[in-house]
Design a protein around this ligand. Structure first.
Ligand code: GUN
Length: 306
């Protein structure tokens, strides 16, 4: 195979953001509603802090009302539930995102189910999970990472995946399961593989569309990829990069890699997402899209489709 086409997630995300900005302006001028997003983080995990800050910043850039709440690591479940209840009742807020994972004293499922399903822009509430899994894709809030991955797949293969085989590696509620549902809704023949799958490489080699969401750096090598496949790498892993030299404290510098070994997979694939610059920018763009949709619905207007 010739070297794969590199799927430019940054460019696709930028087109989504442009549409969101324009539609937010229209909603504001015609209905007097400014989309509002609240992001809540509990504790000080540095990676989560970066994600949450970039979400809040992008919301402001889209012209949204953007609020960020940073609660201490020892926040009680009751205090977080009270914050969620307050945001549920706040008419300026259309989307609520509570960054996961949460500290051990807080039951994540309880917090997710406490968010008003109409403001659940993460798509984690059981109502939204149920809508997606019954095929009501246009009514559900779809989790942002699989929604963004799906747009990248559609940018290569079009909207109808009839006759295509798709393998999703990973079975998380945030990525693997909703990804499989989206592929199924687009008529692909879908397999969910995971760490207990026998001969994972052979299963992956059957895929016209291969989505890697395993959380293990560069695990999916070229041996896992069928000639001509479309490969979507959901992983974001920080690994030591001694070739970049040392930090002041003597530790090695780091770099981001995906769950796919890019160089070997790109020799087989027809199209592949890089890390960084693939799925990552799409996740945040879809969060903005979901927030806009929530605001349109709250204003009684037909939301755009992405
Ligand atoms: N932690 C990692 N990914 C996500 C996400 O998409 N949403 C939330 N709320 N937390 C996350």
């Amino acid at each position: 195979m010739a070297e794969a086409r590199r799927i430019d997630g940054k460019a696709v995300a930028a087109t989504i953001i442009d549409r969101v900005k324009a539609q937010a302006q229209t909603l504001s001028s015609e209905a007097g509603v400014t989309p509002g997003l609240a992001v809540v983080i509990v504790g000080s995990d540095p990676a989560s802090q970066i994600y949450v800050s970039s979400k809040a910043k992008m919301a402001a850039e889209c012209g949204f009302h953007s609020e960020k709440f940073e609660l201490p690591e020892d926040t009680s479940e009751a205090a977080l539930l009270a914050e969620v209840a307050r945001l549920n009742a706040d008419p300026r807020i259309h989307g609520i995102l509570v960054q996961l994972p949460l500290p051990v004293q807080i039951d994540e499922a309880k917090v997710i189910q406490a968010i008003d399903a109409a403001k659940d822009v993460d798509g984690f509430h059981l109502v939204n999970v149920g809508l997606l899994s019954t095929g009501a894709v246009d009514e559900a809030f779809v989790p942002c990472t699989p929604a963004g991955s799906m747009l990248l797949i559609r940018s290569v293969l079009g909207d109808d995946l009839s006759g295509k085989t798709a393998v999703v590696v990973g079975r998380s509620n945030i990525v693997g399961k909703p990804m499989a549902q989206l592929l199924l809704s687009a008529n692909a023949t879908v397999t969910i593989a995971h760490s207990r799958t026998r001969d994972l490489a052979a299963v992956c080699r059957s895929a016209d569309i291969l989505v890697a969401a395993v959380g293990r750096p560069q695990m999916i090598t070229g041996d896992y990829v069928k000639d001509g496949a479309v490969v979507i790498d959901v992983g974001i892993n920080r690994i030591a990069a001694p070739e970049k030299g040392l930090r002041e404290d003597g530790s090695a510098k780091t770099r981001l890699v995906g769950d796919v070994h890019f160089a070997s997979a790109a020799e087989k694939a027809a199209a592949i997402t890089p890390v960084p610059g693939g799925v990552g920018p799409m996740t945040i763009a879809m969060l903005m899209a979901n927030t806009l949709v929530a605001a349109c619905r709250a204003a009684g207007r037909e939301p755009p489709r992405f």
